[in-house]
Design a protein around this ligand. Structure first.
Ligand SMILES: Cc1ncc(COP(=O)(O)O)c(C=O)c1O
Length: 439
């Protein structure tokens, strides 16, 4: 392949740096222009295979699929905005009815917004209103968004919070990050002591359980490092919440929507939440956040919560077309996640045997993380090496994203062709070997 850094790419990057507020952009000179399936082309015609799904949005292919694009074009030509929270429209209601069928029995009532952070803001407000309690609990390493409510829960990198306090009343507790156990224990002999910690410390010594409205959990932590907890951990967390009348909120923004092979990532652990939040893939490539609550929790009084663009007709058209595709192809999607996930993890585990740089390979379905370490014994994070691997892959036509301190996320579109998957893995393996050989 061979990436060509053209004057056009350099010019766009320089102009961006002049006028845009800095966000999370790194140094990777990726300026996408068009794409389809697992291929994406930049403004200068460089071709890439996508292993990022553009931050977990294009779960079914770059630029969504033809049915989504057709639905969007049709809706744009009729009516884009219906002021859905003030007036009525059939499309968002029909989408909500269809979405509810993907959730456990007893769900739900749906609130539409425009992003993951807004979906979580709504979940916070609903939980407080439903319980008349004030405090929230969240996990270390969690990422729930960057607006004030969700940022108060976010605890994956200090830089995301530095200078922005004060925050809402949130108590943070350890997540079952077994590769780097926060309690320096070993699974399974630990008996998931990190879950017991919630009862033994914060809920006994810091805040009365009667004052905690909700406990937020990512079933698989995303931004914090693609961390998969043991099933017993999630089950214990569910029990602690239930025993204390605390609502469990499952943030499915990154792990949900078939990424793990199930519509809801929490289903992998055999428990149900009381509120779910979703975004990213749910809008079929357009901005969409969804908060869905257990019906028995009740409703909001009129005027208590609303927005302007929630349920906008174009995002709804995209999201509904994608949901119809998912429902019609459920068996094949589940099978693709299983098969392709297995191909990736077995290749990485095989490489791990000879490559000391790979500390841990983990994931469920097609949500896979590789954590790099400088030394397998000390587990010193190899963050710089991880970044070099991403850069090398990029120059050889493969788009990847980091997570946590030294983890690489591998999240190709579920529909990626086996040819692109194999080619992408060849590129990734070569990059890992090349960076490892320079250490
Ligand atoms: C688990 C999780 N929750 C919430 C968010 C925030 O979503 P958004 O960036 O759409 O606000 C993200 C974004 O990466 C996420 O991964």
């Amino acid at each position: 392949m061979g990436f060509k850094l053209t004057e056009r790419i350099k010019d766009i990057m320089a102009r961006d740096q002049k006028v845009m507020i800095t966000t999370t952009k790194g140094d990777v000179p990726f300026v996408p222009h068009h794409g389809d399936g697992s291929s994406v082309y930049d403004v200068s015609g460089n071709r890439f295979i996508d292993f990022s799904s553009f931050i977990s949005v294009y779960n079914f292919g770059v630029n969504a699929n033809a049915s989504v694009r057709k639905a969007v074009n049709g809706q744009v030509s009729r009516l884009m905005h219906s002021a859905f929270t003030d007036f009525y429209a059939e499309e968002p209601v029909a989408f909500a009815e269809d979405l509810i069928s993907m959730f456990p029995k007893g769900f739900g009532r749906v609130f539409f917004s425009n992003s993951g952070t807004e979906a979580n803001e709504a979940a916070i407000k609903f939980a407080r209103k439903f319980t008349s309690r004030q405090y929230l609990m969240g996990f270390y390493n969690a990422f729930h968004g960057r607006t004030y409510g969700s940022l108060s829960l976010t605890s994956s990198k200090a830089v995301q919070r530095e200078g922005f306090g004060p925050f809402n009343s949130v108590v943070h507790v350890p997540y079952a990050y077994c590769y780097r156990c926060p309690l320096s224990m070993e699974y399974p002999s630990c008996g998931v002591a990190c879950a017991d910690y919630i009862n033994d410390y914060p809920l006994s010594k810091e805040v009365s359980p009667k004052e905690v409205a909700a406990l937020f959990i990512e079933p698989v932590q995303g931004e914090g490092g693609y961390i998969v907890p043991p099933k017993e951990f999630v089950k214990k967390v569910r029990k602690i919440a239930s025993d204390n009348g605390i609502l469990l909120v499952s943030d499915e923004v990154q792990a949900g929507y078939m990424r793990t092979g199930k519509f809801l990532a929490l289903d992998n652990f055999g428990v149900e939440a009381d509120i779910y939040s979703m975004a990213k893939a749910v809008g079929g490539g357009l901005p969409m956040g969804v908060t869905i609550t257990r019906r028995s929790l009740g409703d909001m009084p009129p005027g208590a919560h609303a927005n302007t663009f929630g349920g906008n007709l174009v995002s709804v058209a995209a999201g509904h077309a994608l949901l119809r595709y998912v429902k019609a192809n459920m068996g094949s999607i589940e099978e693709q996640v299983r098969t392709k996930g297995r191909i990736i993890t077995s290749r990485l585990n095989e490489l791990k045997e000879s490559c000391e740089l790979i500390g841990d390979v983990r994931g469920i379905g097609l949500m896979i993380g590789v954590e790099f370490v400088k030394d397998r014994r000390t587990k010193e994070p190899a963050g710089k090496e991880r970044d070099m691997i991403i850069e090398t892959c990029f120059k050889n036509g493969l788009v990847l994203l980091p997570a946590g301190t030294s983890t690489l996320r591998i999240i190709p579109p579920i529909t990626i062709s086996l040819k692109d998957l194999s080619e992408g893995m060849d590129t990734l393996e070569a990059a890992i070997k090349s960076v490892a050989s320079k250490m």
